[in-house]
Design a protein. Structure first.
Ligand SMILES: Nc1nc2c(ncn2[C@@H]2O[C@H](COP(=O)(O)OP(=O)(O)OP(=O)(O)O)[C@@H](O)[C@H]2O)c(=O)[nH]1
Ligand SMILES: [Mg+2]
Length: 279
């Protein structure tokens, strides 16, 4: 990635023309850092002494990262419930399955819930993952009430005493108030029995600034605890994780890098930043 190497080398090289500044700014914007954030870095870079550029930029970027915990909640002794939410096609079902696979590899027991009842295919998709991962899937009928699936799922999770319940939900736009209310209902039904510990918003990294704008509006109507950034293996740009953390204040908890269960990992902000900053 080395997003900032051009900036550092130009500045260390001495004179920086206005064409140079424009080119550097353009490369930051093209990396999905966002126009305002990019302009801010340029004005910072113009102010500081050449020998201080790396430390100043590093400090600024570090400040942009979310200060909230990146660790997934875990509650020994009771079920930890994770709702997976987001707009259509961002990778919720795949990420739910990947999260299950990650938890299993960390010796946790898990139950999956198919609370996307809009399409029969969505239920099949999660059931296929459940078979592949050898994890039970609680599902209702197509067109059924997703809150009743959630109710059955938390009951089954408590009965079987699993560590985690991962609930896949249908894709929805924040503008569809009926669908947003439905998310609230899923949450309330579970919370009558046991806390909802995490609401993870799945964002397709290849949608860039649009995805960030969507995430911002989504979290205005749903209390989200963290982000999953998917499709980082595709045409996603390096600046997106930093920009989305700054814009939303939420931590990226996991990153998806492919279509397989293993293409998923906790977000390592330190190595991400050092990747952006390396010369
Ligand atoms: N390359 C790549 N593809 C991904 C990743 N995550 C998901 N996908 C693909 O994106 C497509 C959509 O993924 P789904 O998990 O079905 O998305 P969804 O959000 O559940 O979709 P809806 O339920 O229809 O809203 C599938 O083809 C996935 O294989 C990723 O990290 N990298
Ligand atoms: Mg889905």
């Amino acid at each position: 990635m080395a997003l900032f190497s051009k900036l550092f080398s130009k500045i260390r090289g001495g004179a920086t023309s206005s064409a140079d500044w424009d080119e550097i700014e353009r490369s930051l914007i093209e990396s999905d850092l966002g126009a305002t954030n990019s302009a801010e870095i340029i004005s910072l870079a113009k102010k500081v002494r050449a020998e201080d550029i790396e430390s100043s930029v590093t400090a600024a970027l570090t400040n942009w990262l979310s200060t909230k915990s990146r660790a997934l909640s875990g509650n020994p002794g009771r079920v930890t419930t994770v709702l997976v939410v987001g707009v259509n096609g961002t990778g919720k079902t795949t990420s739910s399955a990947k999260l299950v696979s990650y938890l299993i590899s960390n010796d946790k027991s898990v139950l999956l819930a198919a609370a996307d009842t809009f399409r029969a295919a969505a239920i099949d998709q999660l059931q296929t993952w459940g078979e592949r991962l050898n994890v039970p899937v609680i599902a209702g009928k197509a067109d059924g009430d997703p809150a009743s699936v959630a109710f059955d799922a938390i009951a089954a999770a408590q009965k079987t005493n699993v560590d985690y319940l991962v609930v896949d939900t249908a894709g929805r736009l924040h503008t569809k108030s009926g669908l947003m209310d439905e998310l609230g209902k899923i949450r309330r039904v579970i919370e009558k029995v046991s806390p909802v510990d995490e609401v993870l918003l799945v964002v397709d990294a290849t949608t860039g600034q649009n995805g960030i704008a969507q995430a911002k509006t989504f979290i205005e109507s749903v209390a989200v605890t963290g982000l999953i950034l998917t499709k980082m293996d595709g045409s996603a740009k390096g600046g997106i994780a930093l920009a989305i953390e700054r814009e939303t204040g939420l931590p990226v908890k996991f990153v998806g890098t492919g279509e397989s269960a293993g293409d998923f990992a906790p977000f390592d902000s330190a190595s991400y930043l050092s990747g952006l900053l390396q010369a």
